[in-house]
Design a binder for this molecule. Structure first.
Ligand SMILES: [Fe+2]
Length: 308
């Protein structure tokens, strides 16, 4: 079994209906799919790989080598306790937002990543429009819900991660299993070093590396907005002994002030009466809970935010 691979350029041609159906299937049955021919220039993607790898070498590697995670793993190996590290991730990560500090010493990093983020944001909006249409919602519904109307203020971030080769991958995760909190996630993963898995029907499935593809997955907010039609799904990254995995995840999340609830068009009468629908809440409140409960089940998060 492999994650669906969908040719996004076919949306504009004779195979539009088939492609829409493939994306609907990717959202409903998988929660994960890969886009090829997505319109992001190859030349830009090659530059992104280059500046992120250089940034790791120049500005991050030393920090990771001296990190608590590395120390904890060394201690564990020395103690031979047989335990596993279950409170940390074998990951070097930083997040790019429009208004936070970015790495400064890597030539070309800022310009390239600013250009990349602007392209990815547009791709996210195109993907959301496809979801609107597949869900039977008015065009632009999801974008409006996430932006608090017609503005342009989603919480759009880009996580630049590396998962360095790990001497004891059986003792630590690259990234512990979780569902994503936000809206639509667009992942540009390593061409060669795998490790990402998603949970489908109780089975962990590899998200196979595919050169210059963009992996799409849906977060908890799309699950709420779609009233459970598009479930956010569990995923994790395994640590590996070979290679330093590069992974760049951009997330198009609601504004922290946005109110999120199921689209009324997707509620059936029975659900409304029984109050089984997902809660209505302010996204910032959800994020406060998520920060404490990222690696736990999502249902208690929905319960907790309902109570606020
Ligand atoms: Fe994630």
């Amino acid at each position: 079994m492999a994650i669906p691979v969908i040719d996004f350029s076919k949306l504009n041609g004779e195979e539009r209906a088939k492609t829409m159906a493939q994306i609907a299937n990717g959202c409903e049955e998988w929660g994960f799919f890969q886009l090829i021919n997505h319109g992001i220039p190859e030349e830009l993607l090659e530059r992104v790989k280059k500046v992120c790898s250089e940034c790791y070498k120049l500005e991050r590697e030393e920090i990771f080598k001296n990190s608590t995670t590395v120390k904890l793993l060394n201690e564990l190996v020395e103690n031979k306790s047989g335990d596993k590290l279950d409170n940390v991730d074998w990951e070097d990560v930083f997040t790019l937002l429009d208004d936070n500090e970015w790495p400064e010493r890597t030539p070309g990093f800022r310009e390239t990543m600013a250009e990349y983020r602007s392209e990815l944001k547009k791709l996210a909006e195109r993907v959301m429009e496809v979801m609107d249409e597949n869900l039977g919602l008015p065009k632009g519904y999801m974008k409006k819900a996430f932006n608090k109307g017609d503005g342009d203020n989603p919480f759009f971030g880009t996580k630049v991660s590396h998962y360095p080769a790990c001497p004891n991958p059986e003792l630590v995760n690259g990234l512990r299993a979780h569902t994503d909190a936000g809206g639509v996630i667009l992942l540009f993963q390593d061409d060669e070093v795998g490790g990402l898995q998603m949970l489908k029907d109780g089975e962990w499935i590899d998200v196979q590396p595919l050169r210059n593809a963009i992996v799409i997955n849906t977060g908890d907010q799309v699950e709420v907005l779609s009233n459970g039609r598009y479930k956010s799904c569990w995923h994790r990254i395994l640590a590996t002994t070979d290679g330093n995995r590069r992974s760049i995840a951009s997330f198009y999340n609601p504004s922290l002030q946005a109110t999120i609830c199921p689209a009324p068009q997707l509620l059936d009468k029975q659900t409304q009466q029984l109050d089984l629908a997902y809660p209505k809440f302010v996204f910032g409140d959800y994020m406060s809970i998520y920060a404490q409960q990222k690696f736990l089940q999502k249902e208690p998060r929905f319960q907790a935010v309902r109570a606020i």
